[in-house]
Design a protein around this ligand. Structure first.
Ligand code: FAD
Length: 624
């Protein structure tokens, strides 16, 4: 075989959500990329529930899309029930979620990977990384093949020393049906990474034909349906199906309480900490002991399969208890379980060992992304994958790394939180984690990121052309409305008073009228002097939100500009904090532990005082 078969610019290990976005981003950036993964059939597989998006997570999906990533388009091709969450709330927290057909999602991702120029796939288990000194050089497979590259992105998910628990039974696995990465985990533990254990869990799957839907609550999707990708449309969506809602009963809870002594969670058999916001049903019954019932969302696994995913009853109780608790739910009396629920424990690395580029601080050229950095969720994994893949390709070409700031993207919030604060439990995204929420909306992810993505080489011509047209249309419509004046004396002013019931006391532009809470774009543009509305809905949405929230947005932008001074103050690599006079031992210790890349990041280290930051700023200014 030729030498080139083994030689690449970027190697990505793992074909999950982080790995596929990483491989695609590296290849899009022009790097000759190899994706090494256990099994080509499981590329893009959803390990847990077949759903994409949700509050905070949907924001990540739109940002990935704005940067040319694949997740939103795969969701559009696979989404079989769609919802716009928080639709009646402010634009910052509105979010998209879809139930996905698992098989359609996976095959879309696989096709995209196979169609991507510069990207090659090879099926193999990676057992070790080639590391020389403090540099990565490649990866070695279980059969001893050595693939070399100056940059490697590791995205091994829940597979590193993965251990499955069903009751007292435990065995090594990466997820049910897949082998663990045991050798690789052992090798990585010999390297200078801080390793710990986390756990997550999944519910039993059920044959939907054995449920009594007549007693379940129907949950149809929204009409009109939202669309995930900025390039997508409803025509991309497959056939739609509803979801259903069921409820656990007092009997369910009694069954669980009676079996807690057999739960690996409560017997001490599981050491890893689980996701706080996705607790198992046994956890919920213990933690919320006063609640008589919990909701169970009955979600189809796909259009051509009969299995359903009962969202809300993730469990690692013994199988006989799982069967009893499932059958105690109204409508589930005859339920047939097709796969048991289980918990899985796995190794993850302290993300404080990473730079904002997701390159490890201790091994040059080695990037970590996804669940191995302590996160949970497909969206969080994919977002990191995209950044790691991009930066792996940039590092090979000796280009500056790029990672979005906290005010630019939820992806920036995610990475900054991880590398600054670390995590002791699986980290998932929420809108409450972002301080600049109003700025970081799902609807404007393209305006925030597509231009940058284009400069980075991540965004192709078609996406950029569509984006540029939209951006111009927004500017045109904003200027048009800004130049249309309504006054107490003119015709438009009279229409505003007569049709809208808003008498004017002074001259106002049509754009300023949009700031009024009771007025939206469609209503304003229905005035005879202004009709018909000329802007496409996505353009109108931007014009309206920017006008309505201009005061808040302006204040946020001023605050961001002020903070920018700290974000731009770089702390040199290997900086010696002992030189900073007056710094307390505690502050020094914290700074040494995290080794922040900027003063902005230093400021966000938990417990860091304004006094310590001032001392650091003074010292850095003196050094320059
Ligand atoms: P994964 O999707 O796990 O992909 C890892 C990939 O790497 C796989 O393709 C694997 O085959 C490959 N790989 C691993 N090691 C090697 C190796 N040595 N050589 C070659 N290939 C390798 N998320 C939630 O948000 N909520 C939940 O409730 C939830 N519950 C979960 C329950 C279970 C049981 C599991 C397994 C996962 C759950 N998740 C949940 C997590 C979600 O599945 C992950 O967050 C997401 O899949 C992480 O993506 P990733 O790309 O990091 O890893």
């Amino acid at each position: 075989m030729s030498e080139s078969f083994y030689r690449y610019e970027v190697i990505v290990v793992g074909g999950g959500h982080a790995g596929t976005e990483a491989a695609l981003a590296a290849a899009r950036s022009g790097a000759r990329t190899l994706l090494l993964t256990h099994n080509v059939e499981t590329v893009g597989a959803m390990s847990c529930n077949p759903a994409i998006g949700g509050i905070g997570k949907g924001h990540l999906v739109r940002e990935i899309d704005a940067l040319g990533g694949i997740m939103a388009r795969a969701a559009d091709a696979a989404g079989i029930q769609w919802r716009r969450l928080n639709a009646s709330k402010g634009p910052a927290v509105r979010a998209t979620r879809c139930q996905a057909d698992r098989a359609l999602y996976r095959s879309f991702i696989r096709r995209a990977v196979e169609a991507q120029p510069n990207l090659t796939v090879f099926q193999a288990a990676v057992d070790d990384l080639i590391i020389e000194g403090d540099r990565v050089r490649g990866a070695i497979t279980h059969t001893g093949l050595r693939f070399v590259a100056p940059a490697v992105v590791l995205t091994a998910g829940t597979f590193l020393a993965g251990k499955i628990h069903v009751g007292q039974t435990q065995y090594a696995a990466g997820r049910m049906g897949d082998p663990p990465a045991t050798t690789l985990a052992a090798k990585l533990r010999e390297r200078p990474f801080v390793v710990d254990r986390l756990k997550t869990g999944t519910p039993p799957r059920i044959d939907g034909r054995t449920l009594d839907y007549s007693v379940l609550e129907l949950q149809p999707g929204d009409d009109p349906r939202p669309v995930f990708s900025f390039l997508g449309s409803r025509a991309d969506h497959p056939r739609q199906v509803p979801c259903w809602i069921a409820h656990t009963s007092e009997r369910t809870h009694a069954i669980i309480r009676g079996a807690l002594h057999r739960s690996p969670l409560y017997s001490g058999q599981i050491e890893g900490i689980g996701p706080r916001y996705c607790p198992s049903i046994e956890d919920k019954v213990v933690r919320f002991a006063d609640k008589a019932s919990h909701q169970v969302f009955v979600e189809p696994e796909g259009l051509d399969v009969t299995e359903i995913y009962p969202n809300g009853i993730s469990t690692s109780l013994p199988f006989d208890v799982q069967l009893a608790l499932v059958r105690s739910i109204r409508g589930f009396e005859r339920a047939h379980i097709t796969r048991p629920g289980y918990a899985i424990e796995y190794d993850f690395f302290d993300p404080r060992g990473l730079k904002a580029s997701l390159e490890t601080k201790s091994v040059a050229g080695l990037f970590f992304a996804g669940q191995i950095n302590g996160t949970t969720g497909y969206e969080e994994a994919a977002a990191q994958g995209l950044i790691a893949g991009l930066n792996a390709a940039r590092c090979v070409r000796e280009r500056e790394p790029w990672s979005p700031r906290r005010d630019q993207a939820y992806i920036g919030v995610l990475i900054d939180d991880l590398i600054t604060q670390g995590t002791s439990e699986p980290y998932r995204m929420f809108t409450s984690r972002a301080e600049y929420r109003l700025q970081l909306r799902e609807d404007n992810a393209d305006l925030r990121l597509t231009g940058i993505g284009r400069e980075l080489g991540l965004v192709d011509d078609a996406r950029f052309a569509a984006f540029a047209r939209k951006r111009e249309a927004i500017a045109r419509e904003t200027a048009r409305l800004g130049a249309l004046w309504a006054s107490p004396a003119n015709g438009l002013g009279a229409e505003v008073a007569r049709v809208l019931g808003l008498p004017l006391s002074r001259e106002t532009s049509a754009l300023d009228l949009l700031k009024r809470p009771q007025l939206d774009y469609a209503t304003l543009l229905s005035l005879p002097s202004l009709a018909p509305a000329v802007a496409a809905p996505e353009v109108a949405e931007q014009v309206e939100i920017e006008a309505k929230y201009s005061g808040y947005l302006e204040r946020q932008r001023t605050e961001i500009a002020r903070q920018q001074r700290h974000e731009a103050s770089v702390i040199p690599d290997g900086f010696d904090y002992a030189q900073v006079h007056g710094l307390s031992a505690e502050a020094r210790q914290k700074l040494q532990r995290v080794r922040p890349e900027t003063v902005g990041q230093a400021q966000r280290i938990p417990g860091m005082t304004p006094a310590a930051i001032s001392l650091l700023l003074v010292h850095l200014a003196r050094e320059q």
